[in-house]
Design a binder for this molecule. Sequence first.
Ligand code: PLP
Length: 400
Amino acid sequence: MSFLSATLDRVKPSPTIAVTTKAQELKAAGRDVIGLGAGEPDFDTPDNIKAAGIAAINEGRTKYTAVDGIPELKQAICAKFKRDNALTYTPDQVTVGTGGKQVLYNTFTATLNPGDEVIIPAPYWVSYPDMVLLAGGEPVFIAATLDADFKITAAQLEAAITPKTKWFLFNSPSNPTGAGYSWDELRALTDVLLRHPHVWVLTDDMYEHLAYGDFTFCTPAQVEPQLIDRTLTMNGVSKAYAMTGWRIGYGAGPKHLIAAIRKVQSQSTSNPCTISQWAAVEALNGTQDFIAPNNEMFVRRRDLVVQMLNAAEGIVCPRPEGAFYVYPDISGCIGKTTPNGVVIDDDEVFATALLDDTGVAVVFGAAFGLSPNFRVSYATSDEALKEACTRIQGFCAGLT
Ligand code: PLP
């Protein structure tokens, strides 16, 4: 008998770790490495939010709180849903967790039985399938391909639904592609879901505020209010408020689901960090003025990266609607050979050779379930992005 749990055999270690570790090793060895792997904004938490955290410490608001969040934060979350999404939730329909990640994890733990299926459009955020597997469920993937702008269609969703489907997991704008569904595109999906009342909707709205140009964010229960009784609307402060380290995420849904999530949390971590909760109250209730200028900066960087990557031989890079990622296709590089004699068989070899030869660290597409691609996070300085893209162009030009 193995010492380790059999459940652990169902999951793999994060495939992104290999690239990240290698990048760190090269950096430690003095190499000039440009990291385009980080999934977080490169700017600091805004001052008003920091001040709210400091005030909480100074005023002694540092003790245990209610398991799934202080009333003030739940109120702020309800107000946010009303203001931004035209969704009406009451505080007892809200749960606050240690990052959006914990809300997702608790939800699967609280609801999945062996054999239950969770439909996940691919490419996906790396943690989704493994969280489902850890909870005993089965991930079912739908390919969101380049020619469909990395979005799934209603027909694909319809075809993936079985009597065992428990959740449809939706993420727009997406990590890793940045693709965002318009109201009409989402409407087509919610029409399918209306026909299948046993399917619940878990929408990961983490990148809601990182939406650019003409694109307007929308969320399933807003587009189809009839779905509200079987939707968990998940969101958090990590990305838009540059609060990744504060670890606050939240979800809203039917009371019985929220109570089940609370039960899991009550027997694991209890409340999310008290100080962070107070900071999150300020994030949601305070000024939102910094979001627009930050987004202008992200748009500039996105356009720079898209233009420069499309100028690289063998790369096709669509221009996404949101988040801070692009997901270029490298079909034109597969089968070619680097000057060092490495044959680019797949996107993992591409990413490793790119790092070895140029010092640019990206995450290969297989980690996200759609190949051959790689993910670039453009949440870094214009200078670093220009230099990294120039090196990628040089790397591609050197392939034969
Ligand atoms: N969902 C998506 C799509 C993400 O990209 C991330 C973080 O990278 C999360 C959820 C988790 O967010 P948090 O840091 O709040 O746990």
